[in-house]
Design a protein around this ligand. Structure first.
Ligand SMILES: Nc1nc2c(ncn2[C@@H]2O[C@H](COP(=O)(O)OP(=O)(O)OP(=O)(O)O)[C@@H](O)[C@H]2O)c(=O)[nH]1
Ligand SMILES: [Mg+2]
Length: 415
């Protein structure tokens, strides 16, 4: 086991996938055995353990090469062997509800399976080459079947990619629409089970599904919330995990795009676990954020589950993560503070405006109120004089009503 304590998480994954764990086995090795993953002695031990416990599946906390998987299954006399990737894919398949989510999971599963087919294929090829034959004569019926399967899988993969591109297109349209509203976008990111959905619910009064299960949320949920009178959009999306299968990162590209394009990323961590484990999970999230091109976005760190944290741990968190915002999505502790910090993150992007809206522009005024929260307003002979701080994009849209000096600048089309 490469990461020592990792088995607890695999157990959690298996529990989520509906598998009861009856036993476990750990081998410390320099590197996994290239043919069987475990060393020969350990394979024997595993075989005996499987027989004694009457287990009907073996799960490995790593990604196995197709060869390792096949050989291990053979050694265990046909007890199926699944790896970490297959387990995660299985959970995703179970939890995908939207059309997009289903497409994404199917794509990831096909790619995973295609790699296995290819493994088998090169294996057969090598056998052929080893016999000193080559070319046409070495192609047996099994191989051409395999080729057909691979071709079918490839066709399906292309079709899925095309469909996902369409979905991505319509998502881009939706996003463009939202952007026309110029609402600041906040994305919640974090390890699976950190409490992202609970936090979204607590901040917005939404009712997004929450469960003590890994990868409960796969589809992005976007909700509106208000801070100090101004509206924001906040999105909860798929959780991350150590060794997230790269097929999934790839397939969930459109979903993760919501995170990549957010103005602010709120990284939610479960701070009730011990420091080392928490840092490990944070690093996994950082890695995925980097991978999807969101590594440089402005970020806040939220230390969640404060209600389950004792004073010593609180002290430790203050020391190691002085910028972290301690909250409990469950009890509401720290949520005001979080709101304040989100607002502050956007404050620099606000512009002061001094506008004069003619009386026949009532709709405009309502719109401005909607976007700007608190405004100073004063009825004058020419119309309503409004002063306040608004997002830059809103300031531009109202530039022609600006009666301050900066108004002239904005009017010249300087964005
Ligand atoms: N004690 C405590 N538990 C919490 C808190 N926030 C969330 N939880 C629990 O943590 C579990 C996971 O919460 P979710 O909100 O589903 O977590 P998530 O990050 O959305 O998880 P995925 O969608 O699976 O990635 C649930 O059992 C929640 O009740 C909190 O502040 N305190
Ligand atoms: Mg969730």
């Amino acid at each position: 086991m490469p990461d020592g304590d990792d088995l607890a998480e695999l157990k959690e994954l298996l529990r989520t996938a509906g598998v009861a764990v009856v036993g476990e086995l750990v081998q410390h090795r320099e590197a996994p055995h290239p043919n069987t993953y475990l060393g020969p002695g350990k394979v024997q031990e595993l075989k005996e353990l499987v027989a004694r416990l009457d287990a009907n599946v073996v799960a490995v906390d790593d990604e196995l090469s197709p060869r390792q998987e096949r050989n291990l299954e053979q050694a265990l006399e046909k007890v199926p062997v699944v790896d970490r990737t297959a387990t995660i894919l299985d959970i995703f398949a179970e939890h995908a509800h939207s059309a997009e989510g289903k497409l994404q999971v199917e794509l990831a599963q096909l790619e995973y399976n295609l790699a296995r087919m290819r493994g088998l294929w090169t294996h057969l090829e090598r056998l052929g080459a080893g016999r000193g034959e080559g070319g046409i004569g070495t192609r047996g019926p099994g191989e051409s079947q395999l080729e057909t399967d691979r071709r079918l899988a490839r066709d399906r993969i292309s079709a899925l990619r095309r469909k996902l591109r369409d979905v991505k297109g319509s998502r881009a349209v939706m996003r463009a629409e939202r952007e026309r509203g110029h609402l600041p976008q906040v994305a919640l990111a974090g390890y699976t089970n950190a409490g992202k959905s609970t936090l979204l619910n607590a901040l917005t009064g939404a009712a997004v599904g929450v469960r003590d299960r890994l990868f409960h949320t796969l589809d992005p949920n976007t909700r509106a919330m208000r801070l100090d009178g101004r509206p924001y959009l906040i999105t909860d999306t798929v959780g991350f995990i150590r060794k997230l299968p790269h097929q999934l990162v790839d397939a969930f590209g459109a979903t993760l795009e919501e995170t990549r394009l957010a103005d602010l990323i709120v990284h939610v961590v479960d701070a009730s676990v011990d420091e080392d484990e928490m840092v490990g999970m944070m690093r996994a999230v950082d890695d995925v954020l980097d991978e999807i091109g969101a590594g440089e976005r402005p970020r806040l760190l939220v230390l969640n589950k404060a209600d389950a944290i004792d004073p010593d741990r609180r002290e430790e968190l203050r020391f190691h993560h002085p910028d972290g915002i301690l909250v409990s999505a469950l009890t509401g502790e720290g949520l005001d503070d979080l709101g304040e910090r989100i607002e502050r993150a956007f404050r620099d992007t606000l512009r002061s405006v001094d506008l004069l809206l003619p009386f026949d522009q009532g709709g405009r005024l309502a719109e401005l109120h909607e976007m700007a929260g608190d405004l100073d307003r004063e009825d004058t002979a020419e119309g309503v004089r409004v002063r306040g701080r608004v997002p830059a994009t809103v300031a531009e849209r109202f530039a022609r009503f600006d009666v301050s000096k900066n108004g002239a600048v904005a009017d010249n089309g300087v964005a």
